[in-house]
Structure formats: structure tokens, C-alpha cells
Design a protein around this ligand. Structure first.
Ligand code: MTE
Ligand code: HPA
Ligand code: MOS
Length: 748
């Protein structure tokens, strides 16, 4: 089964918001944005903009009828800055004009007078000044303070990991249409249709039922449209509501890169203590998250950081503290991994540093400390079906002789060095905000036997449609081409959670499963009656045919549906699913927050050109705990894509702001994402595993494999060491070729 949209994509026939043909009366909106990182708005002169022929209207915070707040928390996140601007790129007013060019021109003609205030861009400096989004949180188990005395080796250090731009193909975009009676319909590229609906209703002071949000598909989201599509949809909605004309708002690549948030950069301090054999006795870490200007999803991301501070390891004494620091940058946001990659990078750095000190290979320490079945995570959850060791061991079989071959290569090559590093994975599946772990589905069967499914999942390239089709086809035992997944729409599905946390197919798949089971139960009754069978349990549908026990009847799927209709049996079902047995007590920072964990292990091999600092990730071998896949090709695609995306984060993707908070790397000629040449040879093997905690024994796959790429950093560090033993290892991702080159020739 290939991706459900593959043929459409290949032919350029799949429709994205920007493909929708607009009529001549469509107006275009574009924001006037702050050009300073922090300050007060003293005055805005709109005269020249207003005088421009084709400019229809200009709206500011003063024109907002409801709350000027677009955040989860409903404080401190303005749609349009009313008084204070907090970052370069923050919308201050919205220009509405007859063409997109005119709207941009109008924005350029506005004169804003600011009183400039001090701007801070660094998390540690913000921390020093007490600029926190919320008080720090600490997760702990055992007692690190007492444990240090038992340690044979103690290492302390610091790490930095950088921001990352989402680079979804489709940049932020929305179309807003006024409907009768104050209503609005939005076509928005959002991962969170219900959140977008709620915010628009809040800002425009309307009941939510007047706002319909429809999402056909996204050209990628990667977390960047979980919260941050809302602003653009709401600005379009505001303009459409005020002018009573349809409005389009679309950002170009460089506007999108400049105005929207990225993966959170983190700075961290670690201290790790081990016994002489390499067993980790204690680990202490403090994370400084660079939140940017507002809360956005920073606190949820910070929480996931805390949940993944210990990586795939069992550590008896652990203390992890994290604080979200407010800076004057565009608010950083969800990005594949959601704070976990940042945490795992620090854990791996600590192990690497300890290994260096002990004269061991990091893998020796990694292996010794892997989680075992029945171990308790430091947040109170028991590791069940823990496959950290199983994946590690299965991977080892693929690596025999590999370290030896690399050592030989390095002996015989003076200016080229190879290295191999391992990365075990353990990632918790569920929204850490427990209430979000719910979903519903609406399934219709039409009289011709074709099936329509609506649910809360947004297709953004991750193949969730394939998986939902697979679930329905399996439960109903009908051909996949009878099933259509509808657009994600707030009038058909209410109160949906974002498609995020790798949870889209788990949650929505379960809801679809239940709805299909309900339909199947009524269809069996219809079949029993039609066939004069008293025992309903004897009825089965298999490959579009009704069976009684094991005997095929003449009754086909299409006929059965016809009979159901004629006997006035409902051919629609609505179902709801809530992940069972998850909870978390924040007063104790303990509970059972995840439905389950995804495990795996990767081995990354690199070759470094020691003359130029250039490098290549040659090969990545992965053993992945994928459950019983709902769609193997989709899962392989997700693993490969996530790995390469992670590789970019650790190597070439470097976000640079200038001293005044303007993004310098604001287009793809200055911001280098991996291309096909940077992609390594990837070999994926699946653990043969079950997963009773997810739909039809499958496992979530979207985010976890990104973290395999963390090994790239440490493989590169080893390759540098092989050339320059004097290099004092630093943990400062991304490890760009420039940094590698400097490391190769640095003496201490
Ligand atoms: N894959 C593609 N092609 N495009 C995307 O935008 N987003 C990732 C991942 N894989 C993404 C993707 C992220 S951040 C998440 S949380 C999951 O897909 C969401 O989808 P799922 O829950 O259906 O796995
Ligand atoms: N992951 C992704 N998105 C989220 C989460 C999470 O754990 N919690 C709230 N939004
Ligand atoms: Mo993914 S970062 O949870 O959208």
C-alpha cells in the first residue's frame, strides 16, 4: 500500500490551500510586523498605507471585538500587539487589500514609532533576570546528593542544542469566507482545527458553532502548525468578518521563517556519576529552554523534556530540573520530538563525557544502563514490554566486525576518519496533557457500499489516512478502495485534539475501529435476519462476503448494505475513544503519563574529511520496535524521514539571529537542510513485537526515530578525536562543518 495521496502528489493534482481557485472579490491580508525585538508602540502612522489605491481596510488590536488572545493560557499572547512588541516579526496590524502585493506594499508604507526596551535572546541570561514563562519543575527519584559519594567517576559539563526551522513545503496559509448570520468558514493549514476554531471564536466574540474550520491536508506540519497556524487563520478570519468578504493570507518562505517559531534551543548543565564498572549511579541535569516571546506550547514541551531526561536508561538517582525562559525571539514551538530530543542529547553527552574520562567507548556505558522490563521510570511509571535491550541486542548482530573495520580504516587513512556511534531510543506515547488523549470518529456507509470516514486526524504527509483506511478495511473486511477519509472538519468532528504527539493514528484509529465495530454489529443482525440464522455470532464478513460459520453465503457486502438500508438500519456510526489508565499527578510529578513507549536502537557511521571538515553520514542501521505495522511502507518512510530531519538538526541546520533579533538565516540559501546527498544509506529492521496498548497492535512512529540521529553528533565527535586527540570535546549542536573544521585543528 503506497501513500493514499501518492498518485495525486506525483501528478500535482492534490489540493493545498494555495491551489484553491479564488474569485476576483477575494481580498488579501498581510501583517505589519514589528521591526524591533522589544519595545512599546508609541504611534503608528497609517496614512500612506490607507491612501494606497486598492487597500480596503487596516485593522489593529483596537478592532478586536473579543479577547485579543490566541494562546492556550489566554494571557500574554496577543493576536495583534496592542502596546508592547516582544519580537521582530510580531504582527502589529493587518493590511487588507485587493492583491497580495498591495497588502505587502501597504505594510511597508506604515510608520511605527517605538520606545525601545532591552531585548534578551539567550535563555541563561533570561534566567538570570528571572524572566521565566512559569516556575521551574523538577522530576526526581532516589537521592542524587547522597549518591555522589558512592561514585568512582563524576563528570560535569554543559551542552547547547540549537533551534530548527520546520521547513514544511507548504508555508502558513488560510482562507476565510464569511457565511450568513455572522458565521465564518476557514480553510486553514493547521494541525489543530478545533483549537483554531476556538481561538477565532474567542477573538471575534462568537459562539464556536459559527466558526467552521476545514483541513484537507497539509504540506507538512512537523509541529510547526500545531499552535502556530492559528495566528494566520485568525488574522484572515478577523479581516473576513470585518469586511464581509473572503480573505486570503499566505506567507512566503522567508516571511514564514522570519515570523514563526522553531524548535526550542536548550542550554543544559549536567552532572553524572558512575561506579568503576560504568554503571550510572546518579544523574543531575538542569535544562534552560529558550521559549521565545510567549508561552505557546513551551511548558508542554518542557514537560516532555523532563519525561525524557533519562533517555533509555535506568538510573537509580536522578534529578532533572527544567525552566522555560522568556526571550525576545519569535515564540518557539512544537517540533517533532517535542522537547525529548533536546533532553536525550544531554543524556548522551553526559555518557560520552563519562566514557571519555573512563577511557571506554560510550557504548559500553550505554549498554550497561539500558532499561529492563519492570524497571520504574523516575516519574513513577513501570516499563512494560520494555525493548531497550532487545533492540540493542538485535542491532549488535548487524555490527559484528564493524568497530574493528573502522579502527583499521583509521590506521591506514591519515586525512579521513570514520567512526560509529549508537543511539538507544525510548519515547513515551500519549499527549502529556492527559485530557488531550481523546478522539472521535464518524463513519457513514452509503447505499452503494462505499464508506466515508471523518475523524480528528489531519493528514500532513505522515500517512495517517492510510492507517485509518487499513483499520476500517480490516474491521469491515472490505476493499481499501471502498473507503474514503474525508477532510478534517469541525462541524463533523467536535473538540478534536491536535494531530500531534505521534498519536494521530493511535487515537483516531481507535475511534474509527469502535465506529466500524458498531456498524459491523448492526450489519450482522441484518445478515442473520436475511439468512434466517438465529445465532448472530455465527455471522462473519470476510472479503466483502457474508459467512455463516465457515460457509460462504451468496450475500455480498453491497447486497448486505442494500438490505440494511431497506430495513431501515442506521448506516452511520459515531464513536469516541479515550486512552485508558493514564494520569499524572503534578504535585508529586509522578504517575502513568504514557500509554506505552516506543523503543529502538540505531548505529550511525560517519566519514570525516579531516582536511576540509566535511563529513558524510555513510550508513545508519536501525532496529525499531514498531509493533504490528498498519502500513509498513508508511512506517519505513516515517523512520527514514525522521532520521534525516534529525540529522539536519545535529549537523547543518543553524539558525542565526543578529544582535537586534532579526533572523539572518531567513531563506533556504542560508539555512541548509539535508538534501538527498546528505541522506545516508538506511537499513531498517523491525523487532517482531506486539503492542496491546494501541490500535490493532500497532505502534506510533511519527516522532521517535528523529532521535536516532543524535548518534550523528557523537560519531562526528569520535571521528574528530581520531584525528585530533587534543580536542576538548564540546557538546554544541549543530556540529556544522565549520565547527568540525575548527575542532580538527584546535589544540585544547
Ligand atoms: N511526516 C510528514 N511527512 N509530515 C509531517 O508534518 N509530522 C511529524 C510526524 N511525521 C510530520 C510527519 C510529527 S511532529 C508528528 S507529531 C506526527 O507525524 C503526527 O502524525 P501522527 O500522529 O499521525 O503520527
Ligand atoms: N506532544 C505534542 N503536542 C502536545 C503535547 C505532547 O505531548 N502536549 C500538548 N500538545
Ligand atoms: Mo508533533 S511535534 O507532536 O506535531
Amino acid at each position: 500500500m503506497s501513500h493514499s495521496d501518492a498518485v495525486l502528489h506525483l501528478r500535482g493534482e492534490s489540493i493545498f490551500v494555495d491551489d484553491i481557485v479564488v474569485t476576483p472579490e477575494m481580498l488579501h491580508a498581510f501583517p505589519l510586523v514589528s521591526t524591533i525585538a522589544h519595545g512599546l508602540i508609541k504611534n503608528i502612522d497609517f496614512q500612506a498605507a490607507q491612501a494606497l489605491e486598492g487597500v480596503v481596510a487596516i485593522f489593529t488590536a483596537a478592532n478586536i471585538a473579543g479577547e485579543n488572545q490566541i494562546g492556550n493560557a489566554s494571557v500574554g499572547e496577543e493576536l495583534l500587539a496592542s502596546r508592547e512588541v516582544l519580537y521582530v516579526g510580531q504582527p502589529v496590524a493587518i493590511m487588507v487589500a485587493k492583491t497580495p502585493e498591495l497588502a505587502k506594499q501597504a505594510a511597508a508604507l506604515c510608520q511605527v514609532e517605538y520606545q525601545i526596551l532591552e531585548a534578551i535572546f539567550n535563555a541563561r541570561i533570561a534566567d538570570n533576570k528571572g524572566l521565566h514563562i512559569a516556575p521551574p519543575r523538577t522530576f526526581a527519584v532516589g537521592n542524587v546528593d547522597n549518591a555522589w559519594q558512592d561514585c568512582a567517576v563524576i563528570v560535569e559539563g554543559q551542552t547547547e542544542s540549537g533551534a530548527q526551522e520546520h521547513v514544511y513545503f507548504e508555508t502558513q496559509i488560510a482562507l476565510a469566507y464569511p457565511l450568513e448570520n455572522g458565521g465564518l468558514k476557514l480553510l486553514s493549514a493547521t494541525q489543530s482545527p478545533s483549537f483554531t476554531q476556538k481561538i477565532i471564536a474567542r477573538v471575534l466574540n462568537k459562539p464556536m458553532h459559527l466558526v467552521e474550520v476545514d483541513v484537507l491536508r497539509l504540506g507538512g506540519g512537523f509541529g510547526g502548525k500545531e499552535e502556530q497556524a492559528t495566528m494566520w487563520a485568525t488574522l484572515a478570519a478577523l479581516a473576513a468578518d470585518k469586511t464581509q468578504q473572503p480573505v486570503k493570507l499566505a506567507l512566503s518562505r522567508s516571511e514564514d521563517m522570519s515570523f514563526t517559531g522553531k524548535r526550542h534551543p536548550y542550554s543544559a548543565d549536567f552532572k553524572i556519576g558512575l561506579n568503576a564498572q560504568g554503571k550510572i549511579l546518579a544523574y543531575q541535569v538542569k535544562f534552560y529552554q529558550n521559549a521565545g516571546a510567549t508561552a505557546d506550547l513551551s511548558l508542554a514541551i518542557l514537560e516532555r523534556t523532563l519525561f525524557h531526561a533519562g533517555g533509555s536508561y535506568f538510573i537509580p538517582n536522578l534529578k532533572a530540573t527544567a525552566v522555560s525562559c522568556q526571550t525576545h525571539l519569535p515564540s518557539n514551538t512544537a517540533f517533532r520530538g517535542f522537547g525529548a530530543p533536546q533532553a536525550m542529547f544531554v543524556m548522551e553527552a553526559a555518557i560520552f563525557a563519562a566514557a571519555e574520562k573512563m577511557g571506554l567507548d560510550a557504548s559500553v556505558i550505554q549498554q550497561q544502563n539500558l532499561l529492563s522490563e519492570g524497571d520504574y521510570f523516575y516519574y513513577g511509571m513501570k516499563a512494560e514490554n520494555a525493548r531497550a535491550k532487545a533492540s540493542w541486542q538485535q542491532l549488535q548482530q548487524r555490527l559484528t566486525g564493524q568497530q574493528q573495520a573502522i579502527a583499521e580504516f583509521n590506521c591506514t587513512h591519515r586525512l579521513e576518519k570514520k567512526a560509529l556511534a549508537l543511539m538507544p531510543l525510548c519515547f513515551g506515547i500519549a499527549f502529556t496533557a492527559t485530557f488531550l488523549n481523546q478522539a472521535s470518529a464518524l463513519v457513514h456507509i452509503y447505499t452503494d457500499g462505499s464508506v466515508s470516514i471523518s475523524c480528528g486526524a489531519v493528514e500532513m504527509g505522515q500517512g495517517v489516512k492510510n492507517k485509518l483506511i487499513a483499520v476500517a478495511a480490516r474491521v469491515l473486511s472490505i476493499a481499501e478502495n471502498r473507503i474514503k477519509i474525508e477532510s478534517t472538519n469541525t462541524t463533523r468532528i467536535a473538540n478534536m485534539s491536535p494531530t500531534a504527539a505521534s498519536n494521530g493514528s493511535d487515537l483516531n484509529g481507535q475511534a474509527v475501529l469502535i465506529a466500524c465495530q458498531q456498524l459491523l454489529a448492526s450489519l450482522k443482525k441484518v445478515a442473520a435476519e436475511a439468512l434466517n440464522v438465529t445465532d448472530i455470532d455465527a455471522i462473519r464478513i470476510q472479503q466483502e462476503r457474508v459467512y455463516v460459520k465457515d460457509v460462504a453465503t451468496d450475500l455480498t457486502w453491497s447486497q448486505l448494505i442494500g438490505k440494511a438500508y431497506m430495513t431501515r438500519t442506521s448506516l452511520s456510526a459515531q464513536a469516541f475513544y479515550a486512552t485508558p489508565d493514564i494520569y499524572f499527578d503534578r504535585s508529586k510529578e509522578s504517575g502513568n503519563p504514557f500509554a506505552y513507549h516506543v523503543y529502538g536502537c540505531a548505529a550511525v557511521e560517519v566519514t570525516l574529511d579531516c582536511l576540509r571538515g566535511r563529513y558524510q553520514v555513510d550508513k545508519v542501521r536501525i532496529v525499531h520496535d514498531g509493533g504490528q505495522s498498519l502500513d509498513l511502507k508508511v512506517d519505513i518512510g516515517q523512520i527514514e524521514g525522521a532520521l534525516v530531519q534529525g540529522l539536519g538538526w545535529l549537523t547543518s541546520e543553524e539558525i542565526i539571529f543578529d544582535d537586534s533579533g532579526h533572523l539572518k538565516t531567513n531563506d533556504l540559501s542560508q539555512y541548509k537542510i539535508p538534501d538527498i546527498y546528505a541522506a545516508p544509506e538506511i537499513e531498517i529492521e523491525f523487532l517482531n513485537s506486539d503492542n496491546p496498548a494501541a490500535v490493532l497492535n500497532s505502534k506510533a512512529v511519527g516522532e521517535p526515530p528523529l532521535m536516532y540521529a543524535i548518534a550523528v553528533y557523537f560519531a562526528l565527535a569520535k571521528a574528530v578525536q581520531a584525528f585530533n586527540p587534543d580536542w576538548q570535546t564540546v557538546y554544541d549542536a549543530p556540529f556544522t562543518p565549520e565547527k568540525v573544521l575548527l575542532a580538527l585543528y584546535r589544540k585544547i
